[in-house]
Ligand binder design. Sequence first.
Ligand SMILES: [Fe+2]
Length: 268
Amino acid sequence: MKITPLHPSLGAEVAGVDLSRPIDDATRQALTRALGDHLALVFHDQSLTPAQYLAAASVFGPPMEQHYSQHHMPDFPLIGMIWHRNGQQPAEQWHTDHTNRERPPAATILYGVEIPSAGGGTSVANMRAAYAALPAEERGRLDSLTTFNTLDSGKADTRQEDREKYGKPIEHPMVRTHPVHGSRAVYFHISKATHISGMTPEASRAYMRDLIDRTIQPEVTYHHAWRKGDVLVIDDRATMHRAHGDYDRSQSRVLWRIIVEGDRPRFV
Ligand SMILES: [Fe+2]
C-alpha cells in the first residue's frame, strides 16, 4: 500500500489496494489511520459488485441506512444511488452527511460507476484546518455551541416513513473531536440544523453561512475530478463536501454511496 498526498491540506491517493478482495487487519488499521490523517482517500481503477463494495466500505465502519430510501439500490438498500435521472439535484451546498442521526457517519464513500466527460466533480474541505484558522476568541465561543438537526425541509420527495424514522431533533456539538486523530473540527450541516443553541433560526443560518464563507477557501479544499472506477472515502467527522452540477445532463453521472456509522459526536 502506498499513500500519496493530493493537496497540501487534505486528500491522499491510496495505491496497491484492490477493494474487491478481502482486506487484512493490518491494512484495515492503516486505512483507518490514513483516513483520520488525510480526511479524503482516493482509490483508482476499482471494479466492484455491490456486495464487494459493501464489504470494502465496512473497513471504515458498519454501513448504515440512508434516509432517502427512494434512492436505495434495489436489493442493496445500504447503497444509495446518486443519479440525476432519478430526479436528484446535485448537493452543491457545503455540508457533512446525515447530522440528524445520533451516531452520524464516520465516512461517506462514493464509487464512480458512470462519469460525465467533463465537470461533475466532488469537493472536500478540511474543517479541522478551518477550526484552527479561526481567531482564538471565536474558537472558544464555537466550542460551547450546539446545533439541533432534522431532515432537510426543502426536499419534497422525502418519504413519510423516513420523516418518521429520521426527523426527530438531534443535538450535536459545533466542534467535534476526532475519535482517531484527537483533533477538533468545525461540525454542522447548514440545512439540517434548525438552529444553534440560544440563537434564532435566522441568526443561526446567517452565522453558519458566514462560517462557511470565511473558512472554506481553496487552501483547505481538495477537488476530486472523477474517473470511472474511483472510490472516494470522505471523513465526515472533520470535513464538509459538495457536488458540482457543472456537467452535461445528457450524459450520465452515477455514483454509488455508502455511509458508515461513526461515534456520537463529542467535544473534548
Ligand atoms: Fe453529502
